[in-house]
Write a protein that binds this ligand. Sequence first.
Ligand code: SF4
Length: 502
Amino acid sequence: MNYIKEKTPPVREDRLKACNAFGGSCCELSRTGKKGCLNKTKRTFAQTQGCQLNLSMSILNTIRDSVVIIHGPIGCGGAGLSFGALTTQYHKLRDSNAKGYIWINTNLDEGDVINGGEQKLREAIIFADNEFRPSSIIIVNSCVPALIGDDIDGVVAGLQQQTAAKLVPVHCEGFKTKIMASAYDSAYHGILRNLVDKPEENGYLIEDELEVMKEKYRRSRNVNVLNVSSMSRADELELERLLKALELNVRFLPCFAHPDDFELATEAALNISICATHDDYFVKHLKEKYNIPYILHTIPIGIRNTGKWLLDIAGFFGETDRAKGLIEAETKALNKALEPFRNQLKGKRVLLSGGEIRILTTAELFQDIGFEVLGVRGYHYDEFADPLIDGLPGKENILFNVATGQPFEQANLLEELKPDLYVGHAGINGWAAKQGIPVFPIFVQSLNYMGYSGMYELTKRVAKVLKNTQFSKNLKNNIKLPYKAEWYGKNPFSYIDSSLAL
Ligand code: SF4
């Protein structure tokens, strides 16, 4: 894979043959997906569709000491209003002097659609550079300038010599893809082309031979852990604790990193992904360009997948025995701490929603603490889900709905399945809560979720949520969803047209 010479990355419908419309069992999904038959499925009615511009912002707005310019009408990137203050606080968690999240919109209007928006973009870049003196200015392209033919790369090339900040164009126009996760490739594409660069071999200027050896050893134990913006600082600390036990030096990228950190990324001995959906584009290009190996198999959620993740990493460094000892000690202590919760939670039923890798590993975690997993709703499906589906106990009877949003399908499913708990992201959790179902967030920046300590915290909080479910019952009694009674009598997947499957 090498798309870095191209100005824009391919979308995931083309690169990974990803699918975003399916309803059936996990086994059926995996079987037909492996044959490559699901790429063309679609909905004859769709209620919502995520925009990749907004998802790409989940990486881009975390990059410290930067200004993000959204080149588009004022509405594009407007979602930033809801997370701007929090994002600033998370910047400060990593660097107390950080300025926080700064963003500008070029506010294209009807006149610009006719005359072009390049001049507004030029002015915005100059303004951002003079006013904020950031290390990088990230230019996010939206649908309108892409459709009218604004040449944002040309504008950037013309201005780069005049600005102190590094300019990073990102092509993430919403209309190009229905697979929202294409956003990660767009963000990484801009980072790879403009921020990642191997520094000249200036690291071994030390004269003393022993010091040179020490430096070489240090670099041979450096790893990049590729974080995601929805994980917490507590998650990072837990993963760092585990990797330090293997004597590894950890650098977290790309979220909440400084633009200069990306140059140092090429000093790592190994790139460690915690989510293939998020990182495959980045790690494969770093392998291709700088020959840095990578680990991409699973996410460290729950006992089994945290163990797998650690063993993969330890195997690379020849530390398998040490990792096995660590896993055994951690698992023993955790199992003891989980005992009372397992008794309380045994037999409860759950439906999960989120990214394919997160939901499948979280499903295993819930099984481990005694839940019956009724089904999972993944934002999309691609090859990275297959090994996790194959290893999921009881997969024959677990339902898989591939849907980015589509709350009408979810409402129907919840009415039919009536789980004791719904686990999803904040936005969609509200819909489940209105149906009287207790909800729990699938990943949130204020909660430790990953590793062994994450499993304990998650279990403790889930047990607390289920102790008193009156709040959701009150919601249900006072709120009505907008669907007609007939809809609840229909197959929830009535609007998924599989006839276009290859
Ligand atoms: S779909 Fe296009 S117009 Fe809509 S928010 Fe996304 S980039 Fe902007």
